[in-house]
Write a protein that binds this ligand. Structure first.
Ligand SMILES: [Zn+2]
Length: 480
């Protein structure tokens, strides 16, 4: 051991460890300029030709600058002859320099850093990697974040294509899938939520110049996602095997349920917080409870209302969590039910069918719920099916009587339908998940939905940081 360390001291300092100077940078830049000049051969190149040439070689330069910065700022970690074992604290001698190349958005960076190994703990480590907070993957955090952002917007293949076109770097399908999965997996509703302060700011911007507090809507709804069962997974990548597997499973449309808080006035809709997952009602209710408990909704500063399709659990949960919220039965869901009754009662007379729907819609819209109830009660059903539909609608309306005062609601400025959540569903779920031929495993769909909620809530970067910090803190030392 002693001999080894003496020998190490006598060796000339490897170039990578010698702290570089400004001069080194300038020399590197000169060399870079030389190669660039060789690349552009034309006498009078167009701007496009020039910018393409510079763009094509820019990473050679930026990577070089980055390497120099690392060598300057981490001179101590690079020249380190001894380091304490992070497990047992024994002082260990450096075992020479080990080279590692990582990729970042500024190019490929090669590091020559001292390696330490503890025989007692059988663990090796690189202090420089820890100081630099390197990702275990060759592709570093900035690349991972850019890839995940793209993949949250467009299909994986397109994301890869765009990524390489825009950055001049490559990103494999495998890595993109893995990163999206790892970022999305750790996210719950609170991780994708804006902070209470951010929400208060959005409320304040909406309240500006108004006499009354702004209206905040809580809408709860679902959107269907094409899913595949876990059996669809299996060993073997051969085309034949895949085809055989596909023949054995059937895709299923599952409901991604979610809620959305948003602010509305006549002119605009301001997003506050969305959370969508393929989940059970009680999980959704629990997520809503977390939002309440975290104090994210400034109930005293807004006029909160809840729009639902009539499912009882929604009203119960909403009343329990937000007792002051005004409940509103979604007008559009109700219209769909009117159509069902009209179709059963007047199926041979499309004109009558339409007239009845229009008249009933108008009565509801202007607040004459009693007339609608009387009309339904006095209706002579033409057959069993019509009788059943009328009975169901009557029950539905009576149960939701207090939530269909559309005239009064509109006067106070409340929305009467959840157009808001429908567009959120479309944006969060359909745009990315509903593509022909794409069938999602439930977990993968949920990871993607979480990322998209973060994106929509304006918290993507924070969500990525959570993933990064977990990865840095949670990793063990690299295996020897
Ligand atoms: Zn040790």
């Amino acid at each position: 051991m002693v001999t080894a360390s003496v020998l190490a001291l006598e060796e000339p300092t490897p170039d990578w460890i010698r702290t570089p100077t400004r001069r080194d940078l300038h020399e590197g830049f000169d060399l870079w300029l030389d190669t660039l000049e060789e690349t552009v051969k034309e006498e009078s190149p167009s701007l496009d030709a020039l910018s393409r040439a510079v763009l094509g070689r820019r990473q050679e330069l930026t990577a070089q600058v980055t390497e120099v910065l690392i060598r300057q700022r981490h001179a101590q970690a690079l020249g380190q002859k001894n380091a304490p074992c992070p497990h047992c604290g024994r002082l260990l001698p450096a075992r020479g320099l080990v080279s590692r190349t990582v990729e970042t958005l500024v190019g490929e960076v090669t590091l020559e850093r001292p390696y330490f190994y503890c025989l007692e703990c059988q663990q090796g480590f690189y202090p420089l990697d820890e100081a630099l907070e390197l990702a275990e993957r060759r592709k570093q955090w900035d690349i991972q974040e850019a890839g995940a952002r793209l993949a949250a917007e467009v299909p994986f293949e397109t994301a890869q294509e765009l990524f390489s076109q825009l950055t001049g770097l490559s990103l494999s399908d495998h890595t993109t899938h893995e990163v999206v999965g790892e970022v999305g997996r750790g996210l719950g509703v609170l991780e994708v939520s804006p902070t209470a302060e951010e929400i208060v700011q959005r409320v304040a911007s909406m309240a500006q110049g108004k006499k009354q507090p702004p209206i905040m809507v809580l809408a709860i709804d679902g959107a269907y996602v094409p899913t595949r069962p876990p059996e669809a997974k299996g060993p073997g990548k051969g085309r034949k095997r895949q085809r055989a597997r596909r023949a054995r499973w059937h895709g299923e449309w599952k409901e991604a349920k979610g809620f959305r808080f948003y602010l509305v006035d006549q002119a605009r809709v301001v997003q506050v917080l969305s959370w969508h997952q393929i989940q059970k009602d009680d999980q959704l209710g629990e997520a809503l409870g977390q939002v309440k408990e975290a104090g994210l909704i400034p109930e005293g500063q807004v006029r909160l209302c809840v729009i639902g399709d009539g499912a009882k659990w929604i009203w119960n949960r909403a009343r329990e969590l937000f007792p002051s919220a005004v409940p509103i039965l979604d007008y559009y869901h109700l219209s769909e039910r009117l159509h069902r009754v009209a179709l059963a009662q007047f199926y041979d007379d499309p004109l009558k069918e339409r007239e009845w729907v229009e008249a009933t819609t108008a009565k509801l819209f202007f607040g004459y719920i009693d007339w609608v109830l009387m009309d339904l009660e006095g209706m002579k059903p033409r057959d069993e099916e019509a009788a059943e539909e009328i009975r169901k609608l009557l029950g539905y309306l009576k149960e939701n009587q207090g939530r269909v005062k559309y005239r009064a609601l509109r006067r106070k400025g409340y929305p009467i339908g959840s157009g808001g959540i429908e567009s959120a569903n479309k944006f969060i779920s359909h745009v990315r998940l509903k593509r022909s031929g794409a069938w999602w495993y439930v977990e993968r769909a949920n990871e993607m939905l979480a990322l998209r909620c973060a994106r929509y809530n304006g918290t993507f970067q924070r969500a990525f940081q959570i993933y990064k910090q977990r990865a840095i803190r949670g990793r063990g030392l690299p295996p020897s």
